[in-house]
Design a protein around this ligand. Structure first.
Ligand code: SF4
Ligand code: SF4
Length: 338
């Protein structure tokens, strides 16, 4: 399988890499089988997080005997040195290893202070961390993190729905020799054409996608594209355009840049719920939980914060209200069909 250089780390990750968030949802033995399957089919890069409950422990269970053949990235979501130290020790213990290849700051809301950086440098000197990465959903913060020139990798959402600012970030990483790790390649389930996704992302030779999978069939599909790469021709461009147009205009990409909302609306899910119902299995969205989440939209104060943060220029409060009205109808219809 083709390997892609992760910038200045000098590590080469397979073009199908493994996002280990979904293995939280499957049993320990099923996770082991899936991770071994990935490894045996050539996948060499596994990305997890301290925050993903037992995902790290499952990686240790499945892959500790081949530790030196793989690249492991994990993340810590704290801004306290004390807790980051605990996170790091736990990650090492859970994954039965004495070093993490890429230790990432997990979607922080601000840039790290000197205490955090000094902790990371010391962990590097002690051999516990090889490289330092930054992950985020906010384009402005991602760019400011690059300005610091201390991160070896950047993890950011990237899919065939990419806006120009996302492509600019990819190109900036290439220019500055920072590895680019693409999360949300399927836009959280909204994109329904994995082949077009693979073909689109492959056009960026510095992008390493981590596909979040919980079944062998899902992984096999991407591995099949790596073995027989789809050609990005006119027909493929049309497929990309079709996804983009169906998910076009004022649709919410689920990037989360607009969060947090002062009244606790889960904007990145609520602003696209009718699309999720139309393009993915609807049952999980027609539940008491999502009924209650959607009803929070009635508390919107029209403060405009979300709108001012949306990089796609969406009128987010209006979008939420439109989605609430669509959801009201769909909820009644789908409940009635249950
Ligand atoms: S406009 Fe409404 S949805 Fe947006 S941040 Fe303000 S309260 Fe939340
Ligand atoms: S409303 Fe805009 S910023 Fe918020 S999740 Fe959707 S696309 Fe992203």
């Amino acid at each position: 399988m083709r390997k892609i250089k992760l910038g200045r780390t000098g590590l080469y990750a397979t073009e199908v890499s493994f996002g280990a968030l979904p293995i939280q949802r499957i049993s320990r033995n099923d996770a082991r089988e899936l991770l071994r399957f990935a490894y045996e089919r050539g996948v060499n890069f596994f990305d997890t997080a301290n925050f993903y409950t037992d995902s790290e422990e499952k990686i240790g269970y499945a892959l500790s005997d081949v530790r030196h053949d793989i690249i492991i990235a994990t993340k810590s979501a704290t801004d306290s040195v004390e807790f980051m130290q605990k996170n790091l020790e736990q990650s090492l213990r859970m994954m039965k290893t004495d070093y993490i290849d890429i230790f990432q700051l997990h979607n922080p809301s601000t840039l790290p202070n000197d205490d955090i950086l000094n902790f990371l440098y010391k962990a590097q000197r002690d051999g516990k961390i090889r490289f330092i990465g930054f992950t985020n959903h906010k384009i402005e913060l991602a760019n400011r993190a690059l300005d610091m020139n201390v991160f070896d990798t950047m993890q950011f959402p990237f899919s065939l729905l990419a806006a120009q600012c996302d492509i600019d970030l990819v190109n900036r990483c290439k220019k500055e020799d920072v590895g680019f790790i693409a999360m949300k390649a399927m836009s959280g389930g909204l994109i329904t054409d994995p082949e077009a996704t693979f073909a689109y992302i492959s056009r960026f030779d510095n992008v390493v996608p981590i596909f979040g999978v919980q079944k062998k069939s899902e992984l096999s599909e991407f591995l099949g594209y790596a073995e027989n790469p789809p050609v990005f021709d006119e027909a493929m461009q049309k497929r990309v355009d079709k996804e983009r147009s169906e998910l076009s205009g004022d649709f919410c990409r689920g990037c989360g840049y607009c969060q947090p909302c002062p009244v606790g609306i889960d904007i990145w899910q609520c602003a696209r719920i009718s699309l999720m119902i139309g393009r993915a299995p609807s049952a999980p969205w027609v539940s008491d939980k999502w009924r209650a989440e959607m009803d929070k939209i009635k508390n919107c104060k029209d403060c405009g914060l979300c709108k001012s943060r949306c990089p796609y220029g969406l009128d987010t409060p209006a979008l939420l209200k439109r989605e609430l009205s669509r959801y009201d109808k769909l909820y009644e219809e789908l409940k009635g069909n249950k």
